[in-house]
Write a protein that binds this ligand. Sequence first.
Ligand code: PMP
Length: 458
Amino acid sequence: SETLASRRDRAFHLHPSSNLAALRTEGPLVIVRGDGVHVIDEAGNRYLEGMAGLWCAGLGFSERRLAEAAYRQMLELPFYHAFSNKVAAVSAELAERIVGVAPAGLSRVFFANSGSEANDSAVKLAWYLSNAVGRPEKKKIISRRRAYHGVTVASGSLTGLPFAHGDWDLPAPRFLHTETPHHWRYAKPGESEEAYAERLAAELERLILAEGPDTVAAFFAEPVMGAGGVIVPPATYFERVQRVLTKYEVLMVADEVICGFGRTGQMFGSQTFGIRPDVLTCAKMMTSGYVPMSAMLVGDGIYRTLEQQSEKLGVFGHGFTYSGHPVAAAVGLETLRIYEERDLLAHVRRVAPVLQEGLRALADHPLVGEARGIGLIGAWELAKDRDRRESFDPKAGVGAQVVKNAQKRGAIVRVLPGDIIAFSPPLIIEAHELRELLARAEAALDETWEWVRANGLV
Ligand code: PMP
């Protein structure tokens, strides 16, 4: 049978954050099976999946009920669509169930198939609404540097990471970026979290005023920034930002693709951080990653405007073939039933301290600059010099070394730009499994520290 070695030269599809040189020399890690919070490679090695795949598999990798729900739905009604006044019953039921757990005021669900599509849809929605209310010049969109909102032309423009822009000719016109609320890295010496949050809100206001408030339609933000470095905002940040947005009639779009469905210990990160979104996008854990599905939620006010404008135009001009796909909807519905039956949010809140305290216990490890997180998402930001907040040379690959050393020990974690080691395990993880994950990651840090010293990187 085929081995990893023989697969090495095959054309794998590329993906953001693929290290192409390592892919060429070492080949990919080929995963063949899932078992609870573990995945198993083709050689039979088991890994504790500290990232739930790609922040996705909330219910782990072997939940029979999700597989059975998909199978039953395939027998019952494998496909239907939401075009021209039709809808699959199961999609309508999922929409209703999502509204039942969504932040207050969000009452309508538009389904798509990926986080990028949901955010792309939210950009188009903001433009459409501005036209509908006779303000066609109100079209600029603001997001934050280091944000990750996807890779399509619009969502890639929202993304605030260099790899999504550069040679891709993005961001497109009308997409602007403001500061990232990363206190440890960017606050002035001695600046409190509150003063820092105030300053960032003032900077946002300055940007809106400089551009002209009549030209700014929407602000996009992840409650906790994921791929940009697991950045937890100061407690007062969103409150201050929203004051500015309200003042200039700028829509607040919460990108809950990572935080949504329990990551922070509540159903949505918006609930954790006091965000009152006009629009909310979600994906990933909505189906525990089993099938692709995403959604955009809006309130009655926006929905009525859409309805009126569409009536004027004769049709609503946006939607995908697979929007609300019945099999995906059946999996989403079963996911939410399991959340309720097992009181999964209470479980997350119960085990989260094991992760958070475990990460912070190594805050003074010589490689760690800051340990941070909330709920079941966390990170170590590595630093060459903690007090001076000095990073390692990105080319040295220190973070990648930690990931490699963890993988050797049967733990999957991820390195984000800036040598940030991210943790985002399945929500079903038990306390003893979290301790095991942390122990393996700590051993990986120690080994990497030896390697850093041996290579004269400090
Ligand atoms: N928003 C956030 C916060 C994300 O983390 C991601 C994906 N990691 C996306 C949007 C894009 O989702 P997708 O890859 O499904 O297009």
